[in-house]
Write a protein that binds this ligand. Structure first.
Ligand SMILES: Cc1cc2nc3c(=O)[nH]c(=O)nc-3n(C[C@H](O)[C@H](O)[C@H](O)COP(=O)(O)OP(=O)(O)OC[C@H]3O[C@@H](n4cnc5c(N)ncnc54)[C@H](O)[C@@H]3O)c2cc1C
Ligand code: SF4
Length: 330
C-alpha cells in the first residue's frame, strides 16, 4: 500500500480544508475504503478521518417534523434507535441486517451510501473492466450470478451495494451535500448514477463534497414500512435480493406505495409497476401477489441469475404482507 497522510479534523470546516489536497479522500468507518486501498484499487495521498466527528452525529426532528440523521451515525445506532424503529422501521431493519455486529458498530450511514460496488471483477486488480476505465464488462458473459436483472445493458451490470439506500428511497429521503461553501439538497433517488449516465461512478458527489445530513420528510410518519433481505447463508452475508416497502394506508386501502428493490439493478430500483398495482387497492395476499408479479415483468436476467426472478417475487409478496401485518405464510 502506498504511504498516505492521516488527517483528523475537529470540525466540518476543517474537513473541507483537508479535502482540498488533490488525492484526499474521506474515511468514515473505513470498512469499504480500506478494502479498496488494500486491493490497490485506490491510492489516496491523504485520508481525512471523519469517523469521530461529533458534528456529523445526530438524530433529531426539525421544527417541521422532518427527521434528520447525521451521516456519522453508525449502522448499529440506526438499528437500535427507538424513533427509527417506530416511525421508519425499514431503515432500522436495513441497517440492522448489514454484515456483522462488528462491522455495523464501525460502519456509518454516509459510508454505507457511498461504498463502491461488490462486483468481483471490479474488486480484483486483475480485471480492468469498464467501471475502471477499461472497455469490457467481464460479468456480462462471465460469473454474473449476483448481478443485475434490470438495467443491465448499459455496459455494466453491477447491483448497488447499499442496503440503507433501498430503505431510504422507500422513505423518500433527501440528502444535503456540501463542499464547505455551498450546500445542495437532492432527493436520494437523484443521488445515484446509472451506467448509462456515467459508468465510472455510482453517485453525483464531486471530489470535494460530502453528505452532511440525511432527511426523512415529515409526511413519511404516516407510512408503514418494512425491509426484507434474502441472503444465501444465515450468518452475515450480502443480499441475493432485498426489498423495502412503504405504504400510506387508510384502513385496508392503500393511498400511496413506494417499493424499492436492492441487488436488482446498478442503482436501487424503484418498481413503479408494483406501486401502481397497490394504489387504491385493499392490501391483501392477492393484491400483494399481483404487485410482486408486476414488479418482475420487465426483468432481463443474465446467464446465471434467472433465480432472482422468483426470489424477488416471493420477497416482494412477503414484504408487502409484513408491512400491513398480514402473515404471508398462513
Ligand atoms: C463482510 C461484509 C458484508 C457486508 N454486507 C453488507 C450488506 O449486506 N449491506 C450493505 O449495505 N453493506 C454491506 N457491507 C458493506 C459495509 O456496510 C460498508 O462497507 C460500510 O457501510 C461502509 O461504511 P463506512 O463508514 O465504513 O465507510 P468508509 O469505508 O469509511 O467509506 C466508504 C466511502 O464513502 C465515502 N464517505 C464516507 N462518509 C461520507 C460522507 N459523509 N459523505 C461523502 N462520502 C462519504 C468514503 O470517502 C468512501 O469513499 C458489508 C461489508 C462487509 C465487509
Ligand atoms: S458489472 Fe460493472 S463492475 Fe462488474 S465487470 Fe462489469 S463493468 Fe465491471
Amino acid at each position: 500500500m502506498k504511504n498516505f497522510e492521516y488527517a483528523v479534523p475537529d470540525s466540518i470546516d476543517k474537513t473541507f480544508e483537508y479535502l482540498k489536497s488533490s488525492k484526499a479522500i474521506l474515511k468514515a468507518g473505513g470498512i469499504d475504503l480500506l478494502d479498496m486501498m488494500k486491493e490497490q484499487l485506490i491510492s489516496p495521498d491523504r485520508l481525512v478521518n471523519i469517523r469521530e466527528l461529533e458534528e456529523l452525529k445526530f438524530l433529531k426532528e426539525d421544527t417541521n417534523g422532518a427527521f434528520l440523521i447525521g451521516p456519522g451515525q453508525t449502522l448499529s445506532e440506526l438499528a437500535e434507535d427507538q424513533t427509527i424503529n417506530k416511525s421508519y422501521k425499514a431503515l432500522a431493519q436495513a441497517a440492522g441486517g448489514v454484515a456483522s455486529v462488528q462491522i455495523r458498530n464501525s460502519a456509518t450511514l454516509g459510508g454505507n451510501l457511498c461504498q463502491r460496488p461488490r462486483c468481483w471483477y471490479f474488486r480484483s486488480a486483475d480485471f480492468h473492466c469498464s467501471r475502471k476505465g477499461g472497455d469490457t464488462c467481464f460479468a456480462l458473459d462471465g460469473e454474473n450470478q449476483y448481478h443485475a436483472i434490470f438495467d443491465n445493458t448499459d455496459g455494466c451490470a453491477i447491483v448497488h451495494p447499499s442496503a440503507t439506500a433501498v430503505a431510504l428511497i422507500a422513505l423518500n429521503a433527501k440528502l444535503i451535500i456540501s463542499n464547505g461553501e455551498k450546500d445542495r439538497e437532492v432527493s436520494i433517488e437523484e443521488f445515484f448514477v446509472t451506467p448509462a449516465n456515467d459508468i465510472e461512478r455510482e453517485n453525483i458527489l464531486n471530489k470535494n463534497e460530502m453528505i452532511i445530513t440525511i432527511i426523512i420528510p415529515a409526511d413519511i410518519k404516516d407510512y408503514l414500512s418494512y425491509y426484507h433481505k434474502q441472503k444465501e447463508k444465515q450468518t452475515f452475508d450480502w443480499p441475493l435480493a432485498d426489498v423495502a416497502v412503504a405504504l400510506r394506508m387508510e384502513g385496508d386501502r392503500c393511498q400511496d406505495a413506494r417499493i424499492v428493490l436492492g441487488s436488482a439493478a446498478p442503482v436501487p430500483f424503484r418498481s413503479k409497476s408494483a406501486e401502481q398495482a397497490l394504489v387504491n387497492q385493499n392490501i391483501n395476499k392477492d393484491t400483494a401477489i399481483k404487485a410482486a408479479e408486476a414488479a418482475l415483468i420487465k426483468a432481463e436476467p443474465l446467464t446465471l441469475n434467472e433465480y432472482k426472478v422468483p426470489l424477488f417475487k416471493t420477497i416482494i409478496y412477503r414484504t408487502i404482507c409484513h408491512t400491513v401485518g398480514i402473515d404471508p405464510m398462513n
